[in-house]
Design a protein around this ligand. Sequence first.
Ligand SMILES: [Zn+2]
Length: 296
Amino acid sequence: MDENFTIPFQLESSHVRGRIVRLSSALDGILSAHNYPANIEKLVAEVCVLSSLLSSMLKYEGIFTLQAQSEGAVRMLVSDVTSKGDLRACATFDADAFLGDDKEVKPSSMDQGYMAFTVDQGVHTERYQGIVELKPEGLVASVQNYFSQSEQIATGLVVSVGKVDGAWRGCAIMVQKMPDETQAYNKDTVPSDVEDDWRRAMILLSSVKEEEMLSPDLDAKDILYRLFHEEGVRVYDPQPLQKNCRCSQDRVLAVLSGMSKEDLADMVVDGNITMTCEFCSKNYIFNPDNIQEGAH
Ligand SMILES: [Zn+2]
């Protein structure tokens, strides 16, 4: 089963809404374009799942970017998602720290880090930005912290990424307590129901197993039904995601055109300048004579 999408859902008998993200061929395509060590692949997979989840919660026309930066061995993780669902990701890291698959990603690997969310809707519109400190527990804990601290929304989040039969798969399930409109004027009766609903949803969410989340034999709706069938889970239309990079010959040329003659000369190898896209590893080859300085 090849599922690449986000599905919003709601638990009809409780004040809880949620989302499930599933990535398979899109995630495998993104990671196979790189040649990262296994531990870095896992982090990039997590960032892809989280950017898919977070972008699906916003209404925007343009590009959503999730970027994690740190002073540790993992310097940067980036994943962006367009409003059309085009997804890509890359990592910058200290390669020496991750030689060999046995090298662990330690809390110090993302030390003194932060995570930023940005929406770029073009030149004339505002960029929304949320920033949160990277928790030593990892990316998922940092996102959860963002919702509870910055947004003041009670949030449960489980994320799982891994290889099944040699192919990468990723899944995230999030539940959030919906704002309770009745609470303001009916303080005595309603809140306990809301709290009970919420506790039950969190218990059900925590019962999900990694093998279910990553299983190629269970579809997203099967997983939601298994977890929440007693709550009356209502599933909305999927928002598709696909691996697609936005790089192009023109964009790379525009970058090169902004560089000085001396810098360009330093980049020439065998008479050509080769630029490799950091997101999809595609090579762009230019004859330096065809790059005009200042021609944007
Ligand atoms: Zn690219």
